[in-house]
Design a protein around this ligand. Structure first.
Ligand SMILES: [Zn+2]
Length: 212
């Protein structure tokens, strides 16, 4: 389902754990994100708020590097994620309650990644280099631990605001409240700045019906 001004409402899942749940998404331009041109409403519940979270917005290239490092070189993933957090994070409005919830999920994901994934990756290298054991064994053990981590970590992020697509011009956020989307649409209608429109006002951008 598609609405105007780069806002979309995903199809309601008919099965699975989120059956019947409407999970709206919104395209925010990098211009809006960097200049803070966002409604003062919690992006998660739509209530008025002056609080916000810091969301890392990577470039598409950095996003690709993060995706590769996430599995194949966890220490580099951590280094790049920390670097991007300092250099490319933006404020996204979120009330105190949902901001704390978001930060809890962020903290839990980060700590378990450091302990489980970075830990087992380094251990696998140590076993492969320092013992007589076939290096395929620790490598496989690492991949099993990685898979055991990624499934709950992904599930943890399905019920809150998260980035689901990055282009050089805009970012798609999923899990946002319809009131936030509507307020953004009204703000854009009042503001003639074409830099606020996804793809710089190209109406084709409104047809963003890709599922998550
Ligand atoms: Zn909220």
């Amino acid at each position: 389902m598609t609405a105007a001004a780069g806002t979309t409402i995903d199809a309601v899942p008919s099965s699975g754990p989120f059956a019947g749940t409407v999970m709206p998404t919104v395209l925010l331009t990098t211009h809006e994100l960097r200049t803070g041109l966002l409604p003062r409403l919690c992006s998660r519940c739509g209530e008025p708020t002056d609080d916000s979270i810091r969301l890392t917005v990577p470039t598409p290239l950095a996003q690709l590097a993060l995706a590769a490092f996430l599995t194949f070189c966890p220490p580099l993933f951590v280094a790049l994620a920390l670097f991007l957090k300092k250099r490319s994070s933006v404020a996204v409005p979120m009330c105190r309650l949902h901001g704390n919830d978001w930060r809890r999920r962020d903290g839990l994901t980060s700590i378990t990644y450091l302990l489980m994934i970075c830990g087992s990756y380094l251990a696998a290298w140590a076993v492969g280099l320092l013992t007589q054991i076939d290096p395929a064994v620790p490598a496989l053990a690492y991949l099993f631990i990685w898979m055991a981590w990624i499934a709950p970590a992904t599930l943890l992020w399905t019920r809150t605001v998260r980035i689901t697509k990055v282009t050089p011009w805009d970012v798609r956020l999923s899990g946002v409240d319809p009131a936030f989307v509507e307020a953004l649409r009204e703000d854009r209608a009042r503001d003639a700045d074409s830099a606020r429109l996804p793809w710089h006002g190209d109406v084709r951008a409104d047809y963003d019906d890709q599922p998550d």
